[in-house]
Design a protein. Structure first.
Length: 301
């Protein structure tokens, strides 16, 4: 684990947090991992112990936006991002469209729902459809795959989301497939992968006022603050009284969470935790992400 500290300027953001990102060295992160130098021997030991206990690989990138402290662990290694990308997809929609355009209603078929897999919201609205805003909200709050696919296609497909990430400075993430195919990571492939450093930097750019408008930042934070999938992840590992706005992701042995974590009376922490079981056939365990979060956030407390 690596930790650095420096003073950074604050930019005012709407909604649940005032947020500025100190460069994590992540926007053009390489696949080659950096050396790990712990903020304390105990924290590094705990993370390596968790890797052994869960037979998994853990990647972390966190930035305290108040004083610029960064905490990293395997932050430049690649992991499948799974459904965490839906927060970035929702931001892409907010950036590309006006409120009036987001009221456009889309419709789909039962085959679209069946092929997407997890679709708790879209499956209830095959007959009447939903607006683009409702679909983006469903993709973030409920991790609805069909909703995410519909929004992605409306915006032009994976290549257009890739271009949006490049605008954020992220030339690391590789957006290739739709749900649910993006959850299958072939050995040696970079398709549908990212690094913790890249996602933390991208999320910070989305919330620091340089890309999204104040109302759009507020909408994104609101969707991430009231999602239905994150209670057992970073939120479970955060100290009592710390607010967590997050987007989870998981499939097979992959379990991830990205979040904006706000301690009482302090500026937020932008945090990415990506994990992968070493046995690709093993099921993921939410407890791993929660316990990693506890270690990392304690290091920043």
């Amino acid at each position: 684990m690596t930790s650095t500290r420096r003073r950074v300027p604050m930019l005012l953001a709407a909604g649940a947090a005032a947020l500025a990102l100190a460069g994590c060295g992540a926007g053009s992160a390489e696949q080659t991992p950096a050396a790990d130098v712990p903020p304390s021997p105990d924290a590094s030991t705990q993370l390596r112990s968790l890797e052994r206990e869960f037979d998994a690989r853990v990647g972390v990138a966190a930035t305290d936006t108040g004083d610029g402290t960064t905490v990293t662990f395997r932050s430049r290694e690649r992991f499948g991002y799974a459904s965490t990308y839906k927060a970035l997809l929702a931001a892409h929609l907010l950036d590309r469209t006006t409120p009036a355009e987001r009221r456009e209603r889309l419709t789909w078929t039962r085959d679209d729902v069946a092929s997407a897999g997890h679709a708790p919201v879209a499956s209830r609205h095959v007959d009447d459809g939903l607006t683009l805003q409702e679909l983006a909200e469903a993709a973030v709050r409920e991790s609805d795959n069909a909703a995410a696919n519909l929004v992605l296609d409306h915006l032009g497909g994976p290549a257009h989301l890739q271009a949006f990430l490049a605008r954020l400075g992220d030339t690391t993430t590789r957006v290739v497939n739709h749900e649910p195919d993006l959850n299958t990571i072939e050995p040696g492939s970079t398709d549908d992968t990212t690094t913790p450093a890249a996602f933390t930097a991208a999320l910070g750019r989305l919330l620091d006022g340089s890309v999204l408008s104040r109302p759009d930042r507020a909408a994104l934070i609101d969707w991430m603050s009231n999602n239905a999938t994150g209670d057992t992840l970073i939120r479970a590992g955060a100290p009592q009284g710390w607010d967590v706005a997050d987007k989870s992701g998981g499939a097979a042995g992959i379990r991830n969470d990205i979040a904006v974590v706000t301690p009482p009376g302090r500026e937020p922490v932008v945090l990415t935790i990506l994990t992968a079981r070493n046995d690709p056939g093993a099921a993921y365990d939410d407890a791993l992400v929660a316990r990693v979060a506890a270690v990392v956030l304690q290091a920043l407390a």
